[in-house]
Design a protein around this ligand. Structure first.
Ligand code: ATP
Ligand code: MG
Length: 389
């Protein structure tokens, strides 16, 4: 049986030019995400995009799995293709649901006739197909208000599509429609969630990770790669920049006041991430910070961090509780990886008494006692890039 995928756009309020930019970007993203599965053709009509595999060998299960993670999609479903012959439709419809109908008690049939020349009117299609379903599956009952299964038959120009319940899409806006951002990616729970949330608002991502070998291990780096891969299932291709940060951190430990260790480290991270962002066309920095979570995430500390950032710092988790963040981390399958117990560079030289109310002026003064330019240049020069997704 020939099957296709029907996709409904999200953000339906978009109109005119915006809408076609949105839709074209969404199709481009879907095309790229399905490229290795085989050739497909796309058809656009109103707010539906039809994904039509060119060959029967196309792995539709995998395609559907991937489409569930592509932003900009409100809803999607697979559908059987039938010729525009009602006898054929009556034959294909019960056969198509043979694998899924046994979990349902109630159903209804809906018809959409975009080809008005089709000999049967919508109510007739519904009535007759309903009867065929009841004949084949006598345990079913019709419920027009809250059915377990809604069968929709669409009579299009050239053929008819038969589909069951729609699945909820990943929502948001197509990646790339909001520009590009650089996410500061630690190995923790928060930053992959922050990355996911900003990709959902249409940002294309690159990621910057600071590693401090030998204080942090190869395992920690692999963990960050794996987290980036999981984010890339939603965000598409992500370039991951791994910045060697050891020399800078040792200098902070040796030459800066202990109460400002973390805040100066975070300012230097912003500085370096900003340079990487600039080089790669990203115009925002993204972090997993949440107000009050740790000493470096108080209002005063955030102000000190912002001061060192060349671009707006987007903090989608700023007002969220840890529980809510964990819930999203589980949903996007990053949680189990995030809690693997490898050291992050942040936890290497943590001060015993961090200043939770740092004055910007004092922090800047302390930071200026060291000339960082050479160290920063060297870290940038030795930065590795890994392309993920
Ligand atoms: P996470 O769970 O993301 O590690 P956290 O609650 O542990 O966050 P911090 O360690 O203070 O918080 O880090 C705050 C934010 O700074 C992180 O969400 C991340 O965006 C960034 N960050 C921290 N460590 C690194 C790192 N090694 N490389 C890149 N970014 C980092
Ligand atoms: Mg962390």
């Amino acid at each position: 049986m020939k099957e296709i995928i029907l996709i409904k756009n999200g953000e339906l309020a978009l109109k005119g030019l915006n809408r076609s930019v949105f839709e074209d970007k969404m199709i481009k993203n879907i095309r790229r995400r399905l490229a290795d599965l085989g050739k497909v053709t796309f058809f656009k009509s109103q707010s539906t995009v039809t994904v039509y595999p060119d060959s029967e060998a196309f792995d539709l299960d995998e395609a559907v799995e991937r489409i569930g993670k592509i932003f900009g999609i409100a809803a999607y479903s697979r559908a059987a293709v039938a010729p525009k012959d009602f006898e054929e439709i009556k034959r294909i419809c019960p056969a198509y649901f043979a694998g899924s109908v046994y979990g349902c008690k109630t159903f209804k049939v809906e018809a959409k006739r975009s080809d008005k020349r089709f000999p049967l009117k919508s109510p007739e299609i519904c009535r007759e197909l309903g009867a065929v379903m009841l004949e084949n599956y006598p345990f079913l009952k019709v419920d027009v208000h809250h059915p377990d299964l809604t069968i929709t038959v669409e009579i299009r120009d050239k053929e008819a599509y038969i589909r069951g319940n729609q699945l909820k899409g990943a929502g948001g806006m197509p990646v790339g429609t909001s520009g590009k951002g650089a996410v500061l990616m630690s190995g923790g729970i928060d930053s992959p969630v922050a990355a996911y949330m900003m990709a959902r608002r249409g940002l294309e991502l690159c990621a910057v990770h600071f590693a401090a070998p030998p204080y942090t291990s190869e395992l920690a780096e692999n963990k960050v790669k794996l987290l980036t891969e999981k984010v890339a299932a939603y965000a598409g291709r992500v370039e991951l920049y791994i910045v060697p940060f050891t020399k800078i951190q040792e200098t902070i430990r040796d030459d800066c006041p202990e109460e400002y260790f973390t805040i100066i480290m975070r300012r230097l991270m912003m500085d370096i991430a900003g340079t990487i962002a600039a080089k790669h066309g990203a115009r925002a920095l993204i972090t997993g910070e949440s107000l009050g979570q740790v000493a470096s995430q108080t209002l005063r500390a955030l102000a000190c961090t912002d001061d060192a950032a060349a671009y707006p710092v987007l903090r989608p988790l700023i007002g969220m509780d840890k529980n809510d963040i964990v819930e999203i981390a589980r949903k996007i399958d990053t949680f189990e990886t995030s809690i693997l117990p490898y050291e992050d560079c942040c936890t290497v030289f943590t001060p015993k008494h961090p200043n939770t109310k740092p004055e910007l002026e004092n922090v800047v003064h302390a930071q200026q006692q060291v000339d960082w330019s050479e160290m920063i240049a060297q870290a940038l020069e030795q930065t590795k890039v890994v392309v993920i997704g």
